[in-house]
Design a protein around this ligand. Structure first.
Ligand code: NDP
Length: 485
């Protein structure tokens, strides 16, 4: 047995539950088996939804300030387990532990804290009418929320949904990705220690499209689904959810562009675009895998960008010196390499990387790919259109603002983009013209949890964050109060 070993369980109605069938958990950096997780089927999904439904009766009636006490204890527990969660997230995902320790776990806890406070502070609308009547609006919890999450930033996305769902009075069944089950199990343990009442928060693991995830989307007692994952999965979920008219919120794929204008600060532009391209090994919906650089800066920028990307150090994610982790699975590495190979076969030029780095045993068995930079691509090439989801960036020059915008917007996705410029007027113009849900100007992946988050086009439906989460996770009721009695 591996020195790290996890016997992951479901968490249903306040109890940790074994499953009948299991699947293996692999450490992406070595492909060693580091544990097993149960595959939830009808029985587990049904038990979890039933428990959540029962718990809804009292959790939804609890004053938000009382729910906040539970949620604060939960967030405090996450912070108290920071070291352990940083480790398990690296084992689950393959991300360098230094990133988890720098800010990741703190952001996981903040997702819970923020919404616990937000729910206490939100007000409502009231409209006095000319005839003396008053219309006012109540916001009420909806019911059981199915939260379905991907493998790339699991705990961050799980708490991003758990926080508002619970704070606004719903109960939860979380279905984490099969490739990263450990974090959700740890969160369940922490919620349990924090004393969350049974049934309020449940976790059911699943394996593949026909198990727990799909069953949740079909369950008649699930009222809403918040899903983050691939666009094709979103379409399948939308179709399943339509049968019982569930409320949905989708955060789907992305294909962001990083637009570097000639007036940019070169140091800032290089640092920001390297982070946007390679954070989380590029397995990031918000990444900037299409680098567009205005021609006068193209050569000096490219030289610096390649030099900086070459300093990224792939290797054991648990080593604090490692700055580039492993990809999630062997199959995923093959998929990413197929994009690179096709681009090169069609005439693109490989400027950096393209294959696995030389690593000692046991990491040479892991899912590593060197930082890869590709030039001489056309905007309509497959590698410039589809979500590659790896440490791969294409780079191309542009002349005018209009040309950069046409290329940046010329994809089916619309999640986020980065703009690097010192010209405020240009920043404002370009931000307005980009067809994406989030634009960062002179930085990347900075978020205030009050702002709406989500994508345009094939990148999603709906927005979450602050007031937008309140709108998704609650039902409104209008009360018209007459002045007659
Ligand atoms: P998937 O869509 O493959 O899976 C996401 C989740 O959905 C998993 O828990 C999966 O379970 C589950 N699932 C799969 N099929 C079904 C189904 N038919 N019904 C219900 N649930 C189902 O995404 P990945 O895990 O591969 O994650 C990567 C994707 O996530 C990328 O496209 C990325 O862009 C996107 N993403 C989007 C973000 C955003 O905010 N817009 C943020 C982060 C990622 P199982 O694992 O068991 O198959």
């Amino acid at each position: 047995m591996h020195p790290y070993w996890f016997d992951v369980q479901h968490y249903i109605n306040g109890q940790f539950v074994e499953g009948e069938r299991h699947f293996e958990i692999l450490f992406p950096a070595t492909n060693e088996v580091i544990g097993r997780a149960p595959e939830g089927r009808e029985a587990e999904v049904d038990a979890a939804v039933r428990a959540a439904n029962t718990a809804f009766a009292y959790w939804s009636q609890m004053p938000p300030s009382q729910r906040r006490r539970y949620l604060r204890a939960f967030a405090e527990g996450i912070r108290a387990h920071e070291e352990e969660l940083a480790l398990t997230e690296s084992l689950d995902v393959g991300r360098p532990i230094r990133e988890n320790k720098a800010s990741y776990v703190a952001r996981v806890a903040a997702n819970i804290d923020f919404f616990a406070d937000f729910a206490v502070m939100h007000g409502s609308e009231a409209y006095p009418m000319e005839n003396g009547y008053i219309n006012y609006v109540l916001r009420q919890p909806i019911g059981v929320a199915a939260l379905i999450t991907p493998w790339n930033v699991p705990m961050l996305l799980e708490t991003w949904k758990i926080g508002p769902a619970l704070a606004f009075g719903n109960t939860v069944v979380l279905k984490p990705a099969e490739l990263t089950p450990i974090g959700a199990w740890k969160l369940a343990q922490i919620a349990h220690e924090a004393g969350l009442p049974p049934g309020v928060f449940n976790v059911v693991h699943g394996f593949g499209p026909d198990s727990a995830g799909a069953l949740l989307t079909q369950h008649p007692d699930v009222s809403l689904i918040s899903f983050t994952g691939e666009t094709v999965t979103g379409k399948a979920i939308m179709s399943a959810a339509s049968r019982t008219l569930k409320r949905i919120s989708f955060e789907l794929g992305g294909k962001g562009a990083t637009l570097v204008f000639a007036d940019s600060d070169l140091d800032l532009a290089v640092e920001t675009s390297v982070r946007a391209a390679f954070f989380n090994q590029g397995e990031f919906c918000l990444a900037g895998p299409r680098l567009l650089v205005q021609r006068p800066l193209y050569e000096p920028f490219l030289e610096r960008f390649l030099a900086r990307a070459s300093t990224l150090q792939p290797g054991n994610p648990l080593d604090p010196e490692t700055t580039l982790g492993a990809l999630i699975s062997r199959e995923h590495v093959q998929r990413v390499r197929a994009y690179i190979d096709q681009a090169v076969a069609e005439g693109a030029t490989l400027l950096l990387g393209g294959g696995p780095p030389h690593l000692p045993s046991p990491y040479h068995e892991g899912n590593f790919l060197s930082p890869t930079v590709i030039a001489h691509v056309q905007p309509h090439d497959r590698i410039c259109q589809e979500e590659v989801f790896g440490p791969v960036v294409t780079v191309a020059p542009f002349d005018s603002e209009e040309e950069a915008l046409a290329v940046a917007n010329g994809v089916n996705y619309g999640l986020s983009s980065v703009v690097l410029t010192r010209d405020v007027g240009r920043a404002i113009r370009v931000a307005e013209a980009l067809k994406v849900g989030t634009v960062w100007i002179n930085d990347f992946f900075v978020r205030d949890l009050r702002v709406p988050f989500g994508g345009m086009k094939q990148s999603g439906i709906g927005r979450e964050g602050g007031q937008h989460s309140l709108e998704f996770y609650t039902e409104t009721k209008t009360v018209c109060l007459s002045n007659r009695s």
